[in-house]
Design a protein around this ligand. Structure first.
Ligand code: ZN
Length: 126
């Protein structure tokens, strides 16, 4: 969900909370993949037959790929949410996150917002 969609649909604070929850869910998935990785290595050290070795190897590759994807997604979502949060303070009255979306660009990541407390207008974007 882009920043503009999030602010429009949920408001800034809820969007930020949802981005953090989503990013940490990816971190939990990454943790489970690390456990799966260790389990597949442990299973591969006990040689039984080639069929089971193939299954262990497949589990290793799958856990590695999904774990790296989840770690990358976690870092992206966290950095994205933090970058927007650092710009969510009203420059005029220093109120945090009480803003209204005025307009956004085509990507939905550069938005023009207005403070709900004092009415100051500023830009949040990358
Ligand atoms: Zn303000």
């Amino acid at each position: 969900m882009t920043l503009a969609e999030g602010i429009r649909k949920h408001g800034f604070r809820k969007w930020y909370e949802r981005e953090l929850l989503q990013s940490h869910a990816h971190l939990v998935l990454c943790f489970f993949c690390v456990i799966g990785l260790f389990a597949s290595v442990e299973a591969a050290t006990r040689f039984r037959d080639w069929h089971e070795q193939l299954i262990d190897g497949t589990a290793f590759v799958l856990c590695s790929a999904v774990g790296l994807w989840a770690l990358r997604r976690y870092l992206y979502l966290l950095a994205h949410a933090e970058a927007a949060a650092h710009q969510a303070d009203c420059p005029a009255c220093k109120t945090y996150g009480r803003l209204e979306l005025l307009q956004s660009d085509a990507s939905g990541e550069n938005v023009r917002v207005q403070c709900r407390k004092c009415g100051h207008v500023w830009q949040i974007g990358e």
